[in-house]
Write a protein that binds this ligand. Structure first.
Ligand code: NAD
Length: 295
């Protein structure tokens, strides 16, 4: 069993770390918020006084933090403390540039490093069924695998450092675009007098099918159970979708990629969140289309 450090014990990090404890690993955690530490202690996680304390002398260190600035500053603390040859896995969703910077910091210090953002949300974190999109060397992935296999159901090695974050934002940019397109199709069908169920029955078996229709339909009472059937409680909150769309736009600008639909989707989710809907599931955008009619 491995000695694992876990930094960032929030909505995602706590259940991920708790699953590592349940699998028999020895987990030492750190978070800046006292309430998070309380919950972690109750889940059997030992608590360190600093991030460096959680990272020192571990086989594997996992970070699950809000953004790239915080990940960079936490790496500045933990890289000097970590044991040479150990692996640091950053599972936060952050910008590709920051992911590459922390890879370089770790590698220069003789550590292995993996960017391994996840999909699957809090439900996947609790169930241990997350998908990890991993960027880094095969050696880093091999070293991290015992922990990743406990926290996730699927691990995709996407390439070198930063490739995991690149895969995550490309996927989520497409998801944001496809959700808005799905909502538009159902709204138009309604205006044309077509039943929502009839449209679902057609699209879900035709060329327009996609995850936003088939699995996560934004119309209540249509398709498998989804946040639409629970008054758009998340699920995946619109604020997190906006964060990921923003990261995709940042990467598109830096790399010169043309993403006109990604840019448009970002503007629509920005308006949705600004109107007070950041905590609403991202599929709730279906109730907002009339307000962005002319954008
Ligand atoms: P969260 O805000 O609940 O948790 C982040 C934790 O990091 C908090 O407990 C916070 O106190 C802690 N933290 C902040 N600064 C710190 C520091 N310097 N040192 C130690 N701890 C610090 O967020 P979350 O929902 O758990 O998301 C974490 C990451 O996972 C984000 O990058 C998010 O985009 C990504 N993500 C979230 C979801 C989701 O559904 N919530 C899904 C996929 C990916």
């Amino acid at each position: 069993m491995a000695e694992i450090g876990f930094i960032g014990l929030g909505n995602m990090g706590l259940p991920m770390a708790a699953n590592l404890v349940k699998a028999g690993h020895v987990v030492t955690g750190f978070d800046t918020v006292a309430a998070a530490l309380e919950k972690a202690r109750a889940a059997g996680i030992a608590i360190a006084g600093t991030a460096a304390g959680a990272a020192a002398d571990r086989d594997i260190v996992v970070t699950m933090l809000p953004n790239g600035d915080i990940v960079r500053s936490v790496f500045a603390e933990i890289v000097p403390a970590a044991r040479p040859g150990s692996v640091i896995v950053d599972s936060s969703t952050i910008d590709v540039a920051s992911a590459r910077i922390v890879h370089a910091m770790a590698t220069e210090a003789g550590l292995l490093c993996l960017d391994a953002p996840v999909s699957g949300g809090v439900g996947g974190a609790e169930a241990g069924t997350l998908t990890f999109m991993a960027g880094g060397s095969q050696a880093a992935l091999d070293r991290a695998r015992p922990a990743l296999e406990v926290m996730g159901g699927r691990i995709v090695h996407c390439g070198d450092g930063g490739a995991g974050q690149a895969a995550k934002i490309c996927n989520n940019m497409l998801l944001g675009i496809s959700m808005i397109g799905t909502c538009e199709a159902f709204a138009l069908a309604g205006k044309l007098g077509l039943s929502q169920q009839a449209l679902f029955d057609v699209i879900s078996t035709s060329s327009g099918q996609c995850w936003s229709v088939n699995t996560y339909c934004p119309v209540p009472g249509v398709g498998p159970k989804s946040p639409a059937d629970n008054d758009y409680q998340p699920g995946f909150a619109a604020a997190l979708m906006l964060k990921d769309l923003g990261l995709a736009q940042q990467a598109a600008e830096a790399s010169g990629a043309a993403t006109p639909m990604g840019r448009h989707a970002t503007a629509i989710y920005e308006a949705f969140v600004k109107a007070g809907n950041g905590g609403t599931d991202f599929s709730g955008i279906i109730r907002f289309l009339d307000q962005v009619r002319d954008r």
